[in-house]
Design a protein around this ligand. Structure first.
Ligand SMILES: NC(=O)c1ccc[n+]([C@@H]2O[C@H](COP(=O)([O-])OP(=O)(O)OC[C@H]3O[C@@H](n4cnc5c(N)ncnc54)[C@H](OP(=O)(O)O)[C@@H]3O)[C@@H](O)[C@H]2O)c1
Length: 300
């Protein structure tokens, strides 16, 4: 379908969506659009104040929205565990999980468990979160796991010999490694769900470019010149996630992103998965590393 927009989202009443990084940028716009269509949304935010502010903004535009803000720090596996325990206290199923939160081009920093911050937050945090929430997703037939990658994953490389960039750190290589890991994960998860005959699907997406708070560490050139030229408003950049989460024609293991110039702008369409992201050996290796480092084992 050409020019798919948020108007094409089917009614979401009765559907429970959990989204990470819901208070800002693409996550905020994704939450707003789903709330307007009647979804119940769990807004997983690392800063409760910011989450409540975002919730209040959304309620101004969608007064009947059913939104809950909950604390989640993906850079701390204990927080991921606590968060999932709290979700399980009130929810018996989830229809959609959107692994959206991320950091970009940060200085060399570490997560609570000592992982490099970008791969630790963007990838290992979401790996653990997804594994722990899978039982709730499996209770809802047709449930979906959306993982937000980046068009930059095309240029990424997973350096298994130094995945935490201990020997050499480049803030951009670490970002593209982390976003490639998100895509490899989305594809590998689709393979494993299919093999298990699961009724849950995995759909990786990328938003193109958008001028959001993600740019806070990216430097003058990227923030003030490249991004404004090569991007679209966050509202448009949220469309791949929204389509992947709601369009009945979306299937397991497909990848969605903007269809315009260099896939940085435009309406959401199916995108080609780069060959290196589809390599099953890389997928298996990254999966096993997730198990080893987070101690989370998916039960299909
Ligand atoms: N914008 C782009 O051009 C672009 C391009 C390609 C891919 N993406 C991807 O799109 C996704 C959304 O990014 P965005 O552009 O909307 O950026 P954003 O406005 O900075 O939003 C990122 C969100 O992630 C949250 N977050 C960061 N660290 C976290 C942690 N440790 N635990 C939980 N939440 C955390 C942030 O919380 P705080 O508000 O508290 O910081 C914020 O809510 C990311 O995965 C990003 O990699 C964006």
């Amino acid at each position: 379908m050409a020019n798919w927009t948020a108007n094409d989202i089917p009614g979401q009443h009765g559907r429970v969506v959990l989204i990470t990084g819901a208070n800002s940028g693409i996550g905020y716009e994704t939450t707003l659009a789903l709330a307007k269509k009647g979804a119940t949304v769990i807004m997983a935010c690392r800063n409760i104040e910011k989450g409540k502010e975002a919730q209040a903004q959304i309620l101004k535009q969608a007064p009947n929205a059913d939104l809950t803000v909950m604390m989640l720090d993906l850079a701390d596996l204990t927080s991921v565990d606590d968060f999932v325990q709290n979700v399980k206290k009130t929810r018996h199923h989830l229809n959609v999980l959107i692994n959206n939160a991320g950091v970009m081009a940060t200085p060399f920093l570490k997560t609570k468990q000592g992982f490099e911050l970008q791969i630790g937050t963007n990838y290992f945090g979401h790996y653990a979160l997804t594994g722990l929430l899978l039982p709730l997703l499996e209770k809802a037939p047709g449930s979906r796991i959306i993982t937000v990658s980046s068009v930059g994953s095309k240029y990424g490389r997973i350096n298994f010999d130094d995945i935490m960039s201990e020997r050499k750190y480049s803030k951009w290589n670490a970002y593209s490694q982390a976003k490639l890991a998100n895509l490899v994960f989305g594809v590998e998860l689709a393979r494993r769900l299919k093999a298990a005959n699961a009724k849950t699907i995995s759909v990786p997406v990328h938003p193109g470019g958008a001028p959001t708070n993600l740019q806070r560490s990216s430097g003058f050139l990227m923030k003030n010149i490249i991004t404004p030229l090569m991007s679209q408003p966050a509202e448009m950049a949220a469309l791949p996630s929204l389509r992947a989460a709601t369009d009945p024609r979306v299937s397991n293991g497909t990848y969605w992103g903007p269809s315009g110039f260099m896939e940085l702008k435009g309406y959401p369409e199916q995108s080609k998965i780069p060959a290196h992201a589809e390599d099953p050996i890389t997928g298996k290796r990254l999966w096993e590393l997730g198990e080893q480092l987070t101690h989370v084992h998916f039960q299909f």
